[in-house]
Design a protein around this ligand. Structure first.
Ligand SMILES: *[C@@H]1O[C@H](CO)[C@@H](O)[C@H](O)[C@H]1NC(C)=O
Length: 97
């Protein structure tokens, strides 16, 4: 009985940890999912309204800092497409990006 509870606690911790790990520069998991088709090669689509809304609240400076990290490709995101995304949503891309 107690063991089951411990197991549940571990599963929940893993789940929450994963969820946290998937939120990126104030873009939550929902936003990432909405933007994914727009930043995935070889056939990116124009960002959806949901994606642009998520980007609107995002820290784009933070996003820029991921440009040359292996983190974005690890998520299946193409860095170049990702950096072009704010402009496609009529948002200002940070100058030093
Ligand atoms: C955005 O991210 C940058 C780099 O991670 C950080 O220095 C800055 O404080 C953040 N800005 C906001 C508004 O959270």
């Amino acid at each position: 009985m107690a063991r089951t509870l411990v197991l549940w606690a571990l599963i929940m911790a893993a789940f929450l940890g994963k969820y946290d790990g998937l939120s990126l520069c104030n873009i939550n998991q929902e936003g990432l999912v909405a933007c994914k088709p727009a930043v995935t090669k070889p056939n990116p689509i124009d960002p959806s309204a949901d994606c642009c809304q998520a980007l609107n609240g995002a820290n784009l400076t933070c996003l820029c800092s991921y440009r040359s990290s292996p983190f974005l490709p690890a998520l299946g995101i193409d860095p170049d497409l990702c950096m072009a995304l704010p402009a496609k949503c009529d948002l200002q891309t940070p100058a030093n990006c």
